[in-house]
Design a protein around this ligand. Sequence first.
Ligand SMILES: Cc1cc2nc3c(=O)[nH]c(=O)nc-3n(C[C@H](O)[C@H](O)[C@H](O)COP(=O)(O)OP(=O)(O)OC[C@H]3O[C@@H](n4cnc5c(N)ncnc54)[C@H](O)[C@@H]3O)c2cc1C
Length: 423
Amino acid sequence: MRTEEIQRVTCCVIGCGPAGAMLGLMLAREGVDVLVIEKHADFLRDFRGDTLHPSTMEIMDELGLAEGLLDLEHTKAPKIEARFPGGTVTVADLRRLKTRYPYITFMPQWDFLDYVTGEAKRYPNFRLKMEAEARDLILEDDIVRGVRYETPEGPREARALLTVAADGRSSPFREQAGLKMVRTSPPIDVLWFRLSRREGDPEDTFGYAGGGRFMVVINRGEYWQIAYAIRKGEYQNVRAAGLEAFRRSVGDTIPDLADRTGELHDWDAVKLLSVQADRLRRWHRPGLLCIGDAAHAMSPVGGVGINLAIADAVAAANILARPLRAGRVSSGDLAAVQLRRELPTRAIQAFQSVAQRRVVSSLLGPEGAPSLPAPARALLRLRPVRDLPARIIAFGIWPEHVRYREPSAKSGRTQLARKESVK
Ligand SMILES: Cc1cc2nc3c(=O)[nH]c(=O)nc-3n(C[C@H](O)[C@H](O)[C@H](O)COP(=O)(O)OP(=O)(O)OC[C@H]3O[C@@H](n4cnc5c(N)ncnc54)[C@H](O)[C@@H]3O)c2cc1C
């Protein structure tokens, strides 16, 4: 390979999803030379995690970026309710939480990523290479020294002190690095589709259950984004029953939207998310760290995937910026990132597993309950428990905070970057 095709960087991040984009921004902000490579030409991907929870909004606030982010088009959900034929149950009311952002912010993931990378590009030590697909880790003396990737101009190499796999839940680099997975078998899959919003429609985001079905209906401004839960592996049966039966089941469960199910013209309008939940035993090996979905794919229950991916990025930047600047990253530094993030991730996965098995599964199928199961209803009425789902959805178990915060939310540059530019 010619020398101009080999790039030398301190940190190479594979994948510019929420984890990779935030890590790139935060490392650049802390003066680390970082290259992020993304296989797609843009961020346009529908039905991805579009939910920014209070934990993420507080991080954006600490970076001085919350105001700019909220200038972009978004909707807010201050509470999550479940509607049953027998009545409505408040599952999580975020308005009772102590935070400047007591709501879930819904924003297309591509807008969020455009915004974050736009901010990152203001730092000269941040580089983003689109249409760059990582293929193989460069392993020398049992240490990961970077990655080989393909571009429209031909093959390239990035040689790095640290390579971070933030390439999502199908990351091949875990296997290349010999990192072992612990897999679980979630009992559900999710079908995603959208229906138009019309004048007079409700404003809120709801869960609807009834007739053995469970759906979450999210207000996305001009349209409703709908998650339709099915038992794992049932997708072929749903398709075999035909589109008309599918439309009818949507209208029966959400009578408010029955008048527009005809907008589902064909099965292309319905996307299957095969729900996956797993985690790596070890998130790292010398020269390599995995974060976000690449380290732990999350179930969509509670919509926490993006927020955990971002928390990983914040923890990784807080712990690794200094060793990266010093040009020495030890296994202990990498283990510290896992140590900090593994427990909160496992706790949330356990919470999701209980919610899937005890609540969502019990609502599906012919025996589906006409209301939330009685023990769950009783629990949600107890004062100490009442705010627990909201707290877990909002902040997770161990929220991360930015090490060097913006003194004022309006200033564009950070304390650290300012200090360094004065040097
Ligand atoms: C249908 C669906 C709905 C979801 N809904 C929600 C939700 O409502 N709320 C929520 O919080 N989470 C949700 N999630 C999960 C959420 O999207 C993920 O948890 C989150 O995006 C993980 O972020 P990440 O950065 O780790 O990985 P990803 O978002 O998967 O990003 C990985 C990036 O790496 C790039 N990439 C992959 N391979 C390579 C390669 N070889 N070279 C270069 N680039 C590469 C990809 O193109 C992508 O941009 C949903 C996921 C799906 C699939």
